[in-house]
Design a protein around this ligand. Sequence first.
Ligand code: PHE
Length: 336
Amino acid sequence: MLEKINEIAQLFTNDIGNARGMQTLEEIRVKYLGRKGLVAELMSKLPSLEKEKKPAAGRELNTLKARIQKELEARQRTLLSGASLTREEIDVTMPGIKPPEGRLHPITQTLNEINGIFVSLGFKIAEGPEIEKEFYNFEALNIPLEHPSRDAFDTFYIKKDTLLRSHTSTVQVRIMEKTKPPIQAIMPGRVYRPDAVDATHSFMFHQVEGLMVDRDIKFSDLKGILNIFTKQMFGEKTEARFRPSFFPFTEPSAEVDISCIMCRGKGCRVCSHTGWLEILGAGTVNPRVFEAVGYSPRKYKGLAFGMGVERIAMLKYGIDDIRLFFENDIRFLKQF
Ligand code: PHE
């Protein structure tokens, strides 16, 4: 009897190993567990066994029956999950779906480029707060009370003495307060002005400020540095022009224009037919600023400049509306 049971167990192992479909599985079930199946046949022979052999044979037979049941069910489950795979038509060999790729905002890219040029010329990068005291935005920079930029309509005041900085020149003062010359630093950051928003104005934009202070800094150093900057930023063919101007914190002051990168100086709509585009303000540091931070104006000279990052990005990439930078339109941003 035990031999017979082993034989059937062996037979079942072969059958189930070869079963490839639900149909065969059912046939196997009937063959072994059916009413007239192999297991039932042996069961029917149990009563005729010798008394002392009955218990062992019965036990073995039950174990075999349980094993066959379990393996049939397990096989059925694997076949079913395989069947659902074909139904849903998942092809595991197909290439995956690539998630959309992010990139740096064009203003960040332009800022990085500007910073990179000045760092290669030996400048350090410094930052200051966007919420400022009047002293840093105005007094220390020799901007008198009657100056129009001090009007409540021209600056975002938070409290009487506290405002959102309207330029990054504030950081010049903060650096000089904290350190002794020589200083060679650029100061990138956000600035705020309550301008009505249009194609060329935004209430928030970015500037990069520059400052060099040492015993013998000259206006020609300023020209040399800004000439290198404009050529690296806009191309070797670009010319820079220094036009006399006025800022309370530099004396003498200049506004720097570059030859129009659209028409190469011939005159077009972008440069209002002048051939030149204004890109920054600059000058040698006014001795009054040195006095405000406790430097001796007789001992030290300095140069400073400040540029608008949005303006530079617009010129470089031919963008005609500043609002595009802040609308988060992926179709625009994707192009950079
Ligand atoms: N702070 C000036 C502005 O915002 C720019 C500037 C900086 C001019 C440094 C001269 C020197 O317009």
